[in-house]
Design a protein around this ligand. Structure first.
Ligand SMILES: Cc1ncc(COP(=O)(O)O)c(C=O)c1O
Length: 311
């Protein structure tokens, strides 16, 4: 179920979509719906153009949200979602996006912090929907963490989103799910595209859920490779945030592009920029141990510690 759209564009930050405090929730829905229709028009027209493949992702999703006020809240000094700042910004928001673990900073909030956050946002802004994206849930090893699924089932206006694109390794299958109270999901379902999942994807997802041992093995594998890679980078003087995902967010003390270009020449691919931290930080995906050992050799050559003698 692909309902994240434009919200994911600013993964560094929490995002709020607000349609104006004076409008009631139903009017907000109508506005977004009419924008969705306009987005579809753009997509249909754009298929005549040679650059149509960017039409839905960029143009139409921007159109969908451009009439909503988006408030980005910067992460805190430990690169965690700044819950206090998010609560302060929440009154009147149509949607609060809470990514836990957060992409790209890889940090997590524990169960109590999430429950407190939900309670306080609901008090500050009762109409607001809180979307908790747990795409990286399966990689978490922090004992203070727990899924917010029980919270979503118990609390109106709270949705947990999950995907099979990460630990299940099914990114191309386009399959995921949302959990919440029936009345909350009903509101979300109005935005569902027809035939939005394939029979193949559903069958694969069911088969995957019947194999919990795979996820346990994948978590263990990722934890081991994550520790190895963090150690290598920290020996090179590059601090990593407290990663609870299958990627690292690393202070490489230079623009991410420099690392990306240097590594690409040696066959190691590093992901795109993540503003506003692209001048100092890179997001590095964690592969297999063999892949990360090869990557580590490349990092050692490229990310030499800056010493007085070498300046
Ligand atoms: C936080 C988060 N949610 C969801 C996704 C993607 O999920 P899907 O492939 O199901 O659209 C990503 C992918 O990068 C992500 O970082």
């Amino acid at each position: 179920m692909r309902f994240r759209g434009a919200i994911l564009l600013a993964g560094v930050c929490a995002l709020f979509a607000s349609c104006g405090e004076e409008r009631r929730a139903a009017e907000q829905d109508d506005l977004i719906e009419s924008e969705a229709r306009r987005g579809a028009d753009v997509w249909l027209r754009a298929t005549d153009r040679t650059d149509y493949d960017m039409a839905w992702n960029d143009e139409a999703s921007t159109m969908l949200f451009q009439r909503s006020r988006l408030t980005e809240v910067r992460v805190d000094s430990a690169f965690r979602l700044d819950v206090e700042a998010m609560i302060t910004a929440s009154p009147g928001a149509g949607l609060v996006f809470f990514n836990n673990p957060n992409n790209p900073t890889a940090t997590v909030h524990g169960a109590k912090a999430v429950a407190d956050f939900v309670e306080r946002v609901r008090k500050a802004s009762p109409e607001t929907v809180i979307l908790i994206d747990e795409a990286y849930h399966d990689y978490v090893t922090d004992p203070s963490y727990a899924s917010a699924v029980p919270l979503a089932i118990a609390t109106p206006n709270v949705i947990v989103a999950r995907t099979f694109s990460k630990a299940y390794g099914m990114a191309g299958m386009r399959i995921g799910y949302a959990v919440g109270r029936a009345e909350t999901i009903k509101r979300l379902a109005r935005f569902k595209m027809p035939y939005n999942v394939s029979v193949f994807g559903v069958a694969a997802a069911i088969a995957a859920l019947e194999d919990p041992a795979h996820i346990e093995a994948e978590r263990q594998r990722n934890t081991e490779v994550r520790s190895f890679t963090v150690k290598v980078l920290e020996e090179l003087g590059c601090a990593c945030t407290a990663s609870q995902g299958n990627f690292l967010f690393v202070n490489i003390r230079r623009p991410a592009k420099d690392l990306r270009d240097a590594c690409a020449k040696q066959g190691v691919m590093i992901g795109r920029d993540f503003p506003p931290f692209e001048r100092t930080h890179a997001r590095i995906s964690i592969g297999t141990m063999d892949e990360m050992k090869k990557a580590a050799d490349v990092f050692r050559g490229v990310l030499k510690p800056v010493t007085t003698a070498s300046r």
